[in-house]
Design a protein around this ligand. Structure first.
Ligand code: NAD
Length: 337
């Protein structure tokens, strides 16, 4: 679509600090005149029998129709008899890959200045298949499911991503020396896909060695693809390399080209309602949503405004050592725009 058409996108402000940081995104988009019309959906206060969770059927239909959306954090409700919100979203929308770019933010000093890598996590199976039971008292079992179909799908996504984003190398992260069948199949699928992309270098790195290399020299990596559990852990490790949860965006890719961008962090109940939250993670997620829509011009402008505001150092939220409120910080970004 051309940049002048209005595009409808689903917005889940979410819980806790969610509505505060979602407001920040809406304000920045208005200022940058992004041609997006939000369809806002809140998590319901009772279980919707059609989804068996607090997510309404209408909100899922909205994402399916628009194929693009932005999600704030959702608190996991206490109690049983319904599915977790994130699990429902993943299953219902078949969100099979979680893509997390990790880039050093110029002007916000951490141990490393040159982090520029992407983690791509398989999002539907592995140890997170939810298949656990007690064998006998004192012995429990959890099934790790790896399928050819899901492994090929995420590997294909990773190589396609590398190719279309000017990346040079894909590293498959595994523990196939021990998990010979499961991780072995995952690697086999990655190798098959790698053969179709001769222009992209391919390597396999054992997860423990990968952790050591990442903390020693993150510049050794480019695109990393891995099964669910490893992805959960490694992507948080990478978030730590660049300054923490307030800064890291992600995007969930689903069947049929659905893209649901989200901040990595949770609802931060300790600071909710206090105008203290750092909206950067959700803002950068919204930038990745714009890139998915090929609105690169708007994405660049907003990203520059965010990075310049942080680099300037005058307005920073408490998690980055500053004293600015969410609204002050947002206003500073809008002034940069
Ligand atoms: P959390 O990410 O909400 O908070 C961890 C710490 O980081 C807190 O001290 C918090 O104040 C801080 N923090 C997080 N985001 C911040 C931001 N944008 N700006 C400044 N500080 C920030 O993790 P938690 O406390 O373990 O979880 C709280 C709730 O969120 C739980 O109900 C959990 O299930 C849910 N959760 C949801 C998602 C999601 O929707 N994707 C992810 C993680 C946790």
């Amino acid at each position: 679509s051309s940049a002048t058409d209005t595009i409808r996108a689903t917005l889940f402000p979410g819980d806790g600090i969610g509505p505060e940081i979602a407001e920040s995104v809406k304000q920045v988009f208005r200022t940058a005149e992004v041609p997006i019309e939000w369809e806002e959906h809140y998590v319901g206060d009772q279980v919707d029998p059609r989804t068996q969770s607090f997510l309404t059927w209408e909100s899922l239909e909205s994402v399916r129709r628009n194929r693009v959306g932005l999600k704030g954090p959702m608190a996991t409700p206490i109690g049983k008899g319904h599915r977790s919100l994130n699990l429902t979203l993943r299953k219902e929308l078949n969100l099979y890959a979680n893509v997390r770019p990790c880039n050093s933010l110029p002007g916000y000093k951490t141990r490393y200045d040159d982090v520029n890598l992407i983690t791509i996590r398989e999002n539907t199976e592995g140890e997170y298949s939810g298949l656990e039971h007690q064998v006998v008292r004192g012995v429990v079992e959890s099934l790790k499911i790896i399928t050819r179909q899901a492994s090929l799908r995420v590997a294909e996504y990773a190589f396609h991503y590398a190719k279309t984003h000017g990346r040079e190398r894909v590293s498959a992260i595994h523990k196939a020396n021990i998990m010979q069948k499961t991780d072995g199949l995952f690697l086999k699928c990655c190798r098959e896909v790698a053969e179709k992309y001769p222009e992209i270098a391919y390597e396999e790195v054992v997860i423990d060695n990968c952790c050591m290399m990442l903390v020693k020299n993150p510049a050794l990596f480019d695109v990393l693809v891995m099964p669910n559990l490893y992805g959960d852990i490694i992507s948080d490790l990478c978030a730590g390399l660049i300054g923490g949860l307030g800064l890291t965006p992600s995007c969930n890719i689903g069947e049929g080209g659905i893209a649901l961008a989200e901040a990595v962090h949770g609802s931060a109940p300790d600071i909710a309602g206090k105008n203290m939250a750092n909206p950067t993670a959700l803002l950068l997620s919204s930038v990745s949503m714009l890139r998915h829509l090929n609105l690169h011009d708007k994405a660049d402008r907003i990203q520059d405004a965010i990075l310049n505001t942080i680099a300037e150092g005058k307005y920073r939220t408490a998690d980055l050592g500053g004293t600015s409120t969410t609204t002050d910080f947002t206003k500073a970004i809008c002034d940069h725009l």
